[in-house]
Design a protein around this ligand. Structure first.
Ligand SMILES: C[S@@+](CC[C@H](N)C(=O)[O-])C[C@H]1O[C@@H](n2cnc3c(N)ncnc32)[C@H](O)[C@@H]1O
Length: 264
């Protein structure tokens, strides 16, 4: 078993062999999308690439553990992942600020986050990821008596003062911009760095304090930083030594939850 709370520099496909079977509670996989000209993103067939990852992840995930796999809209099309993991939902991470300059087709303006588990997911902390019920709050009376999607019968919808399920289209978390305070450097915009808020939602929803979170393509360490903040154990792999250095520096200088953190 590898040491917890460390980012290892190297190739995920080699390093993953060192992870024990059934040892990880949550995997956040933000690897190649197969769309840019970056060397690390060049993949002959992204679907086959992802199927291979799903197969490798199914070994290291604990039964009931969760995988979030990032990609473009077609990243898991026409592959049969069912003997490895269960697909629970395809989450659309919608980015309305994209310039949308396509001329021959509708411009793609979302990333897919495929939400898998090994069998039935053990952890789904809905109360930790609720979002404001904007329309329902202002028109509460009208929204409480609506026909059920399942049988068409009118019934009261459940109203929760603490907010609602974020659903499967997430437009409330914005992609980073040049002005984002958390952006490590301009070169990392769009292709590398993800917003901490986005990763926080995944970690909150599908793990508990003390759980083991694995990020096989760690980049500049967003998941590692979030795990420190939320007191989860972390294991990460990243092939680019410069990114590993940046990630370690980022985590070292983040002092949230310092007294409680598993990292100290
Ligand atoms: C989209 S970025 C991840 C960004 C990360 N989520 C963050 O917020 O910083 C994908 C990363 O995967 C790394 N990578 C690509 N192929 C790899 C491999 N075979 N093993 C390890 N890392 C790899 C790249 O260097 C890149 O940093």
């Amino acid at each position: 078993m590898l040491e917890l709370n460390r980012l290892y520099c190297g190739d995920t496909f080699k390093l993953i062999k060192k992870l024990d079977d059934n040892s990880v509670d949550l995997i956040i996989c933000d690897g190649p999308y197969g769309v840019t000209q970056e060397n690390w993103d060049k993949v002959a067939n992204i679907q086959e690439f992802n199927l291979n990852l799903i197969k490798l992840f199914s070994r290291v995930l604990k039964p009931g553990g969760t995988l979030y796999l990032f990609g473009k809209d077609n990243c898991i099309d026409f592959i049969d992942y069912r003997k490895y993991l269960t697909l629970n939902r395809k989450i659309v991470w919608y980015q309305p600020s994209r310039l949308a300059q396509g001329r021959l087709n509708y411009t793609n303006n979302y990333d897919l986050i495929a939400y898998f588990s090994k069998g039935k997911a053990d952890t789904f902390n809905l109360d930790d990821i609720r979002v404001p019920q904007m329309v329902e709050l202002t028109q509460r009376r009208r929204c409480e008596n609506v026909p059920s999607v399942k049988n068409g019968k009118y019934n009261k919808t459940k109203f929760n003062e603490n907010g609602k399920n974020p659903g499967d289209v997430w437009g409330d978390i914005k992609q980073l911009t040049y002005k984002s305070k958390e952006l490590v450097s301009r070169e990392l915009l769009n292709t590398i760095q993800k917003p901490e808020k986005l990763i926080e939602r995944l970690v909150h929803a599908s793990s508990n304090p003390g759980d083991v979170v694995f990020d096989p393509f760690s980049g500049v360490g967003t998941t590692m930083k979030v795990c420190k903040k939320l007191n989860r154990n972390f294991i990460g792999f990243e092939i680019n030594p410069q990114y590993v250095e940046i990630a370690n520096e980022r985590v070292k200088s983040s002092n949230q939850n310092k007294e409680l953190s598993l990292f100290d």
